[in-house]
Design a protein around this ligand. Structure first.
Ligand SMILES: *Cc1c(COP(=O)(O)O)cnc(C)c1O
Length: 379
C-alpha cells in the first residue's frame, strides 16, 4: 500500500460486532475474562486498549516499522525511551532540539546520573568526537526546532551501528509522509502526535515506532510500568487526524515554500531558515533524505523589539506555542519554547532574540501573505 492508502486504512478494520466503519472509542478500564487465564487479548487499559492498539498499528505502518506505542504526550514518549538507560550512561543529543527535550535531559534526568550532552549533529565529526565509552544513545532531531538544521541520517546510522549505540530520531517536524528514518536504519522514531499527526490542535500525544523486538518488548514493559499512556479518546482523535495527513502535508509544504520565498526577499528579514530554499546550507541533504520540506519556517527580524512589533501586528496568524495544526501559528522561540535554555546556549544555537517561527497552516496562501506583509510594514 502507498502512503495515503495506509493513512486511511492501515491497522483499521470495521468493528466486528457492529460493522461500525470508524474505530470505536473503548472507554473502559478493564475487560471481563471468560475464565481464569482466558481473555480476548485485553486485561487492563494501562497495559493495552483496543482504540490505542489501532493507533499503534497505524503509526507503525506509516513509519514502516513493526511496533508502535502510544503515550500521553511527546514528552511521555521520550521519557519512556530514556528509561532504556541506566545510571552512568551518556546520551548525545542534537543541540537545538525541542526545548522540552533539553529540559528533560538537563534539569530532570540529570539527577539520576544520566549525562545528556548537546552537540551540533549537523557536523558528523562533532557527533563522533562527543562519543564516550559510556555513550549509549544518540538522539537526533531533523529538521531541528526552530532553526531547521538537518542531520545526515545515513551517517548517524553508520556511526551508531559501528559502536552499537541506540539511534533515535524525533520525526515530529517531517512526519512519516516526508521522512522515514527507520528505512534508513535508525532504531527508534519518536513523534509528538500533538503536532502534524493529529493536525487539528485538539489533543496531546506521543508515539514511538521501531522494529527491534527486544527493544519494543522493553519499551512496552516501561509503558505499562510508568503508565504515561494515551487515553482512548485522544487515540481516536489522533487516528482521525492521521487519515488526512498526506493532503494536509502537501498543502502545508506548498504554502511554506511560497512564504519562505516571500520572506527571503524582504529587506527587514535578516535570515530565513527553510530547508526548501537553495540558500539553506543543507538543502541538498534535505532533498536526499526527505520527500518534501514541510511546513515550518523560522526567520530573524534582527531584534527583540522588531519581533515583538511583528508578533503584535499579525491578525490571521495566531501567536501561540505548538505547531502542525491546520491554522497558521506564529511564535517567539527565545521567550516561548526555548525559555528554559540558558541565554548563551540559545545564542550559540541560533535562537536569537529576533527569531520568529511560523507553523504554516493550510489557509489560502494570499491571505497568509497579506497578513505577513501588513505585519512587516509595522516594524
Ligand atoms: C512538541 C514537541 C515535542 C513534545 O511533545 P508534547 O506532545 O508537547 O509533549 C517533542 N519534540 C518536538 C519536535 C516537538 O515539536
Amino acid at each position: 500500500m502507498a502512503f495515503s492508502t495506509k493513512a486511511v486504512h492501515a491497522g483499521i478494520e470495521p468493528d466486528p460486532t457492529t460493522g461500525s466503519i470508524m474505530t470505536p472509542i473503548h472507554l473502559t478500564s478493564t475487560y471481563v475474562q471468560e475464565e481464569l487465564g482466558k481473555n480476548k487479548g485485553y486485561e487492563y487499559s494501562r497495559v493495552s486498549n483496543p482504540t490505542r492498539t489501532v493507533l499503534e498499528r497505524s503509526i507503525a505502518a506509516l513509519e514502516n516499522g513493526t511496533e508502535g506505542l502510544a503515550f500521553a504526550s511527546g514528552m511521555a514518549a521520550e521519557t519512556a525511551i530514556f528509561h532504556l538507560l541506566q545510571a552512568g550512561d551518556h546520551v548525545v543529543v542534537s543541540h537545538n532540539v525541542y526545548g522540552g527535550t533539553y529540559r528533560l535531559g538537563k534539569l530532570v534526568l540529570n539527577s539520576f546520573n544520566l549525562d545528556f550532552e548537546f552537540v551540533d549533529t549537523t557536523d558528523i565529526r562533532t557527533l563522533k568526537a562527543a562519543l564516550k565509552p559510556n555513550t549509549r544513545m544518540v538522539f537526533i532531531e531533523t529538521p531541528t526546532n526552530p532553526t531547521m538544521e538537518i542531520t545526515d541520517l545515513a551517517a548517524v546510522v553508520k556511526l551508531c551501528r559501528a559502536r552499537k549505540l541506540i539511534s533515535i530520531v524525533d520525526n515530529t517536524f517531517a512526519t512519516p509522509y516526508l521522512q522515514n528514518p527507520l528505512d534508513m536504519g535508525i532504531d527508534i522514531v519518536v513523534h509528538s502526535a500533538t503536532k502534524y499527526l493529529n493536525g487539528h490542535s485538539d489533543m496531546l500525544g506521543g508515539l514511538i515506532v521501531l522494529k527491534d523486538k527486544a527493544l519494543a518488548e522493553r519499551l512496552r514493559f516501561i509503558q505499562k510500568s510508568t503508565g504515561g499512556i494515551l487515553s482512548p479518546f485522544d487515540a481516536w482523535q489522533c487516528l482521525r487526524g492521521i487519515k488526512t495527513l498526506a493532503v494536509r502535508m502537501d498543502r502545508h509544504t506548498m504554502n511554506a515554500m511560497e512564504i519562505a520565498l516571500f520572506l527571503n526577499k524582504q529587506r527587514k528579514v535578516k535570515r530565513v531558515n527553510y530547508p526548501g530554499l537553495i540558500s539553506h546550507p543543507q538543502h541538498r541533504l534535505a532533498q536526499k533524505q526527505m520527500r518534501g520540506f514541510g511546513g515550518m519556517i523560522s526567520f530573524d527580524l534582527g531584534s527583540l523589539d522588531n519581533a515583538r512589533k511583528f508578533l503584535k501586528s499579525v491578525r490571521l496568524c495566531a501567536l501561540a506555542e505548538s505547531l502542525g495544526g491546520v491554522e497558521t501559528l506564529i511564535s517567539h522561540p527565545a521567550t516561548m519554547t526555548h525559555a528554559s535554555v540558558p541565554v548563551e546556549e540559545r545564542e550559540r544555537i541560533g535562537v536569537t532574540d529576533g527569531l520568529v517561527r511560523i507553523s504554516v497552516g493550510i489557509e489560502d496562501l494570499e491571505d497568509l501573505l497579506a497578513d505577513l506583509k501588513q505585519a512587516l510594514a509595522k516594524i
